[in-house]
Design a protein around this ligand. Structure first.
Ligand SMILES: Nc1nc2c(ncn2[C@@H]2O[C@H](COP(=O)(O)OP(=O)(O)OP(=O)(O)O)[C@@H](O)[C@H]2O)c(=O)[nH]1
Ligand SMILES: [Mg+2]
Length: 467
């Protein structure tokens, strides 16, 4: 009898001691989300009792507190599985390959068994389990959040500000056709479909040119419902107050009213459910950004990355009046900004990359305080594709990186250039171009963890306090 009670009590306490953490990872297309999650999972799965040299900065692994890590079935069976095994296999292949581009949301769950530190409870239970759910979702979904607080007219007017310079040129085909439309005329669905296709093509072009501030964000993601009318609308630019007034008074079946209706449908049926169904469930958030590629592109690309990042991160800036906190209750207590692909630069440039990222996000310290959210900035390589070497040229030694360049599959040693520690001005692109080459991944032996740069420090920030 006593034994039974003890067993029940044990079970009860055990359940109380096990805990859950939902970690969300996002970033714009190609920012390195899949590589990041694959590596994070891989580093954890390679923790063992003997040596954890791959995780020197992750205390619970280093001090032997983590006993075992395994994958378990995810909680929500309706979300696609994160393809860890397939990704890992790619790095073991000969030649090794990067993981395929992904779309939408996916999830993976790990069970981490560990030794508790609080000795008081030790006699009841030696170990506990932390269930870690990791979610991958496109940053483009976050870019759509501002739409929820804007009417069609307000959104159109906000878009007007972006359509300047280089962008206005790219938008020519679509813009010139819209200019000729009588927006008060009866809607022709085929015509709207064609124009929306032009608009989408223009957004895709922007994306290709490295521009990151794109709305509606989902228009540039591959998805199967592209032909649905909810994806067939566009903003109306350069209209006077009087013109807006006239449009409002146009017949219900006018082009204007159809555009407005589709916009509202997109807000309510596409954007909002993401926040209700997923976003409000997350405990911790990682936002990834590839800050090096825009340095390579142009000032415009860089400025757009800044707007994009600030948009993403505005949602975490809880003030009483923030849109986010009005619409959704959120549990997020830690927020980590990660500058990815840091194996493209020499190690002495890493502090610059971190500082640049910090400035991109909180220019002028305007957003320095997130109420109740522990925020950090780190530059890392999820999966390291290069080695740090010392090169000699004309008798001088300097730090360089060596790896297999993707464009010609040649092993090269190069000095990619210095990373500015502050937001660069136009001169930077004129005189100081950054050489950014893509590298092929290194082949990994079947029993070895993926090579990384400071992933352990990421783990320490995200999970260290949970053991
Ligand atoms: N050298 C290096 N390259 C990386 C690293 N992480 C990502 N990359 C490169 O960036 C590309 C995109 O990485 P992904 O992890 O697929 O990025 P993603 O954000 O999941 O991309 P989408 O699924 O298309 O949105 C990879 O194919 C690699 O070429 C890294 O740590 N080091
Ligand atoms: Mg991906």
């Amino acid at each position: 009898m006593f034994n039974q009670i003890q067993q029940q009590l044990h079970k009860f306490v055990q359940r109380g001691l096990d805990n859950h953490l939902r970690l969300a990872v996002t970033g714009l297309s190609r920012s390195g989300k899949t590589a990041f999650i694959t590596s994070l999972v891989d580093q954890l799965l390679h923790i063992n009792m003997n040596d954890n040299d791959h995780l020197n900065l992750f205390a619970p692994a280093k001090n032997g507190q983590i006993l075992s890590v395994k994958r378990v079935e995810q909680h929500d069976l309706t979300i696609p599985r994160f393809e860890y095994d397939r990704n890992r296999q790619g790095f073991e292949n000969d030649p090794p390959v990067w993981s395929a581009s992904t779309t939408g949301i996916s999830e993976i769950r790990l069970a981490i068994r560990y030794q508790r530190r609080d000795s008081l409870l030790r006699h009841l239970k030696e170990t506990s389990t932390l269930y870690l759910d990791i979610f991958d979702y496109p940053g483009e979904w976050l870019l759509d959040l501002p739409l929820l607080s804007q009417t069609f007219k307000e959104w159109s007017q906000a878009q007007q500000l972006v359509h300047k310079g280089e962008r206005a040129e790219l938008a020519q085909t679509w813009l010139s056709q819209v200019k000729q439309l009588d927006l008060t005329a009866k809607t022709d669905e085929n015509q709207l479909a064609d124009l929306s296709e032009d608009y989408t093509a223009y957004l895709l072009k922007c994306k290709e040119m490295g521009m990151q501030y794109i709305q509606p964000g989902r228009f540039v993601l591959p998805h199967s419902e592209r032909g649905a009318p909810v994806y067939q609308f566009f903003p109306l630019l350069d209209l006077s107050e009087q013109a807006w007034q006239q449009l409002a008074e146009s017949p219900k079946n006018s082009i204007y009213h159809t555009l407005e209706k589709r916009y509202q449908h997109y807000q309510q049926k596409i954007v909002k459910p993401f926040y209700e169904d997923y976003f409000s469930q997350f405990d911790r958030q990682v936002i990834l950004a590839d800050c090096l590629t825009p340095l390579n592109h142009s000032q415009q690309a860089f400025l757009e990355m800044k707007i994009g990042l600030q948009q993403l991160f505005k949602h975490f800036h809880y003030g009483n009046r923030s849109l986010f906190s009005r619409l959704f209750s959120s549990n997020i207590d830690k927020l980590l900004f990660v500058a990815t692909k840091a194996d493209h630069i020499t190690t002495d440039q890493i502090p610059n990359l971190e500082s640049l990222m910090r400035q991109l996000v909180q220019e002028g310290g305007r957003f320095a305080n997130f109420e109740g959210i522990d925020t950090a900035y780190q530059a890392i390589a999820s999966i390291r594709a290069t080695d740090a070497v010392i090169a000699t040229q004309e008798g001088k030694q300097f730090k360089a990186i060596r790896g297999v360049r993707s464009s010609d599959k040649k092993l090269v040693t190069l000095y990619p250039g210095s990373v500015p520690s502050r937001l660069p001005d136009a001169n930077y692109w004129q005189y100081n171009r950054f050489e950014f080459d893509q590298f092929e991944p290194k082949q990994v032996a079947f029993d070895q963890p993926l090579p990384h740069l400071r992933m352990d420090s990421v783990l320490q920030f995200l999970l260290g306090d949970k053991f």
